[in-house]
Write a protein that binds this ligand. Structure first.
Ligand SMILES: [Zn+2]
Length: 302
């Protein structure tokens, strides 16, 4: 399996950075900067394990870059699931049904357990979407699934702050139990940010008014955040876990401190953290003049 998560560690010796894979320290690399050493470590992992899409997770966390302090108003991370899961359609699972134009669900999740056709083995989390071949050009909603082992790492307050529901698996021999993350008492909407390049343009739906803000990230920064929130949308007392989202699915978030207590434990295989950019409210980009989705689709089919 490619794209596995490798738990790594690092140290600074003089002015050089040395990085290695924790369970096999001979897989190591050095560099003049952390990012240079990390690039080389990817090469070393590819050589040792044949994994050309390795994801490195660091304990202790990678060193902070002072140039990015403006988007570090709070230390929070988004949890990504490296395994994929296939859902034929999300249409039956939402109270308000589906917008027929943009395919985005309206209203909250209903009570029906999610049926999942296939979950890629080897991880304690999975990112569930409709496979490309079934989408007919439409964007897919998504869901994050987490194993029972992962839920077992959370404390009772954290588990109770979220709504979880066991998914039904169509793989007859698959025993591992997964739960869909359905809702959270603390949910923060993702935002676009002025001064951060915008990718995949974003769009508005003429029928339902849904706004897809697109993606905001720095191309030239090895570890640019891909998820951004306003510091004003976080509760004054930072929760240990919460959700963020752009209206197409939820992403689990943790305070960095809490995640550091979990990383590397059994129950976190294939889970990888990435920094959430947390900015002042006056940095937030309000989506205006975004193109309509149907106009974009017309252009694409011409
Ligand atoms: Zn719509």
């Amino acid at each position: 399996m490619e794209g596995r998560v490798y738990l790594c560690s690092w140290t600074k010796q003089g002015d050089r950075f040395r990085l290695w894979v924790k369970r096999q320290p001979s897989v190591a690399a050095e560099g003049a900067s952390f990012d240079e050493a990390n690039e080389r470590l990817w090469g070393a992992i590819c050589g040792a394990y044949g994994d050309g899409e390795a994801v490195t997770e660091f304990d202790p966390p990678r060193p902070a870059d002072p140039r990015s302090s403006w988007y570090r108003r709070a230390a929070v991370v988004a949890i990504g699931c490296n395994s994929r899961a296939d859902v034929t359609s999300f249409e039956p699972y939402f109270v308000g049904g589906f917008c027929s134009d943009c395919g985005i669900p309206s209203g909250p999740r209903n009570e029906r357990p999610l049926v999942v056709d296939r979950i890629e083995a080897g991880g304690d989390g999975a990112f569930a979407v409709v496979p490309l071949r079934l989408r007919r050009g439409r964007p897919s909603p998504s869901a994050q699934l987490f194993s029972e082992e992962f839920l077992g790492l959370l404390n009772p307050t954290e588990v109770a702050a979220m709504t979880w529901r066991r998914v039904e698996r169509r793989q007859p021999r698959a025993r591992k139990v997964f739960n869909e993350l359905i809702a959270s008492t603390v949910h923060v909407a993702e935002v676009g940010v002025r001064g951060v390049p915008s990718k995949f343009g974003g769009w508005r739906c003429r029928a339902c008014g849904f706004v897809d803000i697109g993606m905001y990230y720095f191309l030239d920064t090895a570890h640019s955040p891909h998820n951004w929130i306003s510091v004003e949308d976080l509760p004054p007392r930072l929760p240990t876990c919460f959700t963020i989202g752009k209206g197409k699915g939820l992403t689990l978030g943790f305070s960095r401190e809490r995640w550091e207590g979990l990383v590397g434990k059994a129950g976190t295989r294939g889970l990888v953290s990435s920094e959430i950019g947390v900015v002042d409210a006056d940095r937030v980009q309000h989506p205006t003049d975004l193109p309509f989705l149907d106009d974009l689709q017309k252009k694409a089919s011409q």
